[in-house]
Design a protein. Structure first.
Length: 305
C-alpha cells in the first residue's frame, strides 16, 4: 500500500519528528512543497548537518525504497545510470555463431535487449515500484564532475534517460529526488533551476539539544546542555572544520560511554577527536581554551536549567 505524503507543513513537521528527525519550520515547508509539486529538492550546507538523513527518514516514513547515488570525482554514466553486460553479450555472440546464426542485424538487436542491461541507481529510480516512486538521493553532487551535472538535467526535468540502443526510458511516476552538496564547488544554475533549494544550517541550541536528547537518550540533562553549549561556542572559534550535528552526537555518546555526568577540561581535551577531525583545530583548542569553553558551557547550562 502506497503511503500518502504529508498534507500540510504541520503534518510534515510531525512526520519528520515521528521518524526521529527534529526539523525547523523552513525545512519542513520546502520539503512539503517539493513533495506536493513533484520537484527535486536541492539541499546545501556544511558536512554533518543532517542533509543525507532527510532522505533516509523520508524513505522510511513513506515506506519507499531509498536509492542512493554517492557522487565522487570521475563518476560517469556507466556507474550512475546504466552499462551493458559485455561478458554476457560476448557469450550470446559465441552461442549464436556456434548455432550458425550469422544475421548481424538480428544479432545486434538480440545482444542489446534489456536483459543485458545493468541498471545503476538513476535508472533503477525510474522503474515502477508497488510501494510508490522511490526516494533517489544524489549525495554530495559537488564531488562529481560538471559533465555529470549536465547529464542530470534530462533526469530532473523530464524524469527520463535516453539509451541509444533502446531509446528513451521514462518514469511512469517520477521519483522523489533529493540532491545534497557540501558546497566544495558551485553547482551550475541550470541544475538548480530545476529544483527547490534549501540551505541546511547548523541548528540553534534549542533544536540541537532536542536532537541530542532524541538520539543520545543516555546523556543526562546537565551533560546534554553543557555539550550543546560547548559545541555552539566552538563553532564561533574560526576552525577549519566546525563540528556538525553528527559530531555533537558522537561526542555526547562518547562521554556517556565514559560515564560522564558533566564536562570537565581534562575529559573534554581527551575526547576532542570525537568532535574535531583536523589536528590543527585540536591543537588550537587544547589547553586553556578548552578550560575556558568548558567553564562557559557550565555557566550557560546552569542559566538554561
Amino acid at each position: 500500500m502506497v503511503q500518502p505524503i504529508p498534507a500540510s507543513i504541520d503534518d510534515t513537521i510531525a512526520f519528520l519528528d515521528g521518524q526521529g528527525y527534529v526539523p525547523d519550520r523552513a525545512l519542513a515547508t520546502v520539503l512539503f512543497l517539493a513533495l506536493r509539486l513533484g520537484r527535486p529538492l536541492f539541499l546545501e550546507g556544511e558536512a554533518g548537518v543532517g542533509k543525507t538523513e532527510i532522505a533516509k527518514v523520508l524513505a522510511a516514513g513513506l515506506g519507499r525504497r531509498l536509492i542512493r547515488l554517492q557522487c565522487y570525482e570521475g563518476l560517469d554514466i556507466a556507474s550512475a545510470v546504466y552499462e551493458w553486460n559485455y561478458a554476457a553479450q560476448m557469450i550470446e555472440i559465441r552461442l549464436a555463431e556456434a548455432a550458425g546464426e550469422t544475421d548481424r542485424a538480428t544479432l545486434s538487436t538480440d545482444i542489446f535487449a534489456e536483459r543485458f542491461l545493468i541498471k545503476r541507481p538513476v535508472l533503477q529510480a525510474l522503474e515502477p515500484d508497488l510501494a510508490g516512486p522511490p526516494v533517489l538521493l544524489i549525495d554530495e553532487l559537488d564531488r562529481a564532475d560538471e559533465a555529470f551535472e549536465a547529464f542530470l538535467l534530462e533526469v530532473l526535468a523530464d524524469h527520463q534517460v535516453t539509451i541509444p540502443e533502446l531509446g528513451t526510458i521514462r518514469a511512469e511516476a517520477p521519483p522523489i529526488v533529493l540532491i545534497t552538496t557540501n558546497r566544495t564547488r558551485e553547482i551550475h544554475d541550470a541544475l538548480k533551476r530545476r529544483c527547490l533549494y534549501h540551505w541546511v544550517d547548523y541548528p540553534d541550541s534549542e533544536r540541537e539539544l532536542a536532537i541530542l536528547r532524541r538520539r543520545v537518550p543516555g546523556a543526562g540533562a546537565a551533560l546534554g546542555r553543557q555539550v550543546v553549549a560547548f559545541v555552539q561556542s566552538l563553532r564561533d572559534e574560526g576552525l577549519f572544520k566546525a563540528p556538525g550535528i553528527a559530531e555533537t552526537l558522537d561526542w555526547a555518546a562518547a562521554l556517556v560511554e565514559l560515564d560522564q555526568a558533566a564536562l570537565d577540561p581534562e575529559i573534554a581535551t581527551d575526547t576532542l577527536g570525537a568532535l574535531l577531525k583536523y589536528q590543527d583545530d585540536i591543537a588550537r583548542i587544547r589547553g586553556s581554551r578548552v578550560a575556558a569553553l568548558v567553564e562557559a558551557a557550565r555557566r550557560s547550562a546552569e542559566i538554561a536549567a
